[in-house]
Write a protein that binds this ligand. Sequence first.
Ligand code: FE2
Length: 301
Amino acid sequence: MSETIRVGHLSDTHFLEAEQTPEGGHAYDTAEAFDEVLNHLGDHDHLDLVVVTGDIADHGRPEQYDIAIQAFAQFNVPVTVCPGNHDFDNPFRSRVNAPGIDTPRVIEAGAWAFLFVDSNAGMMVASDDGTLVDPPGEERLHTNGSLGALEAEWVRQACQDTDAEHVFVWLHHPPGVDIPLSADPAYAAEWEAVLGDLHQVRGFGGGHTHVPTEYSFVDRPVFVAPSLKNNFDLEAQTWLPPGYRTYDFGADGSISSELHLVDDDRWPRRPLGRAIAALFAGELTYEQLAEIVARRSASPD
Ligand SMILES: [Fe+2]
């Protein structure tokens, strides 16, 4: 790898089988969105790595990972993947593993260590034999981040173990989000406690919100990648096209990141509509939104 490390960042790809209904009832054609993103990313020479920060599959079904693997295999650089709340643990662990596509915990490159954190770890539950498994039913689908004591300790240990001068954390759930739907003070507090004495952590890259943005958390930049399923601009109150981010990690610890949205007639920046605006404002639950979507599709008038 060159002195400056260049990364392409996708998130929330939500791959779905043909003709199947997306979770929540509304989605772009994610295969089409992926192709467009792949075309755009091809314009960026010399990427060292592509990172995908979770919600790989829309319902966590095994077949959806097979579609994802075929898509990711088109990158001509290594692809690293971490799990989101849509990625049920078993199919994710067993299916996301192919030549050039991996789920590492740490990658060291030049002055940098990249940590791949499982931001779902704290909501796993102990099974009868003591192993950690997903919570019952579909509970995992709509959970916010939870680090848990084991994963928090792993982050501390990984920072101690690396000789790298700078650490960047990749994960699904970005900490310190201020969108009412996704804001989670307990999760933010977990990260504040972890970061207390880890001065080498320079920033975070994640997804989850489907609201691409950049903000600061405990004096570190947090970069949120767009989704391929649907994206929103909560200031302009519009939908956004699918997209991705690129990064340059400098040997001096600097990070520059750029957001790329693939504007096209297929993904117009249309107004949000009251129901989705209410969801983000925390005034509607996912279940209530799903009922509204189902009612509308039953009587489109
Ligand atoms: Fe997502």
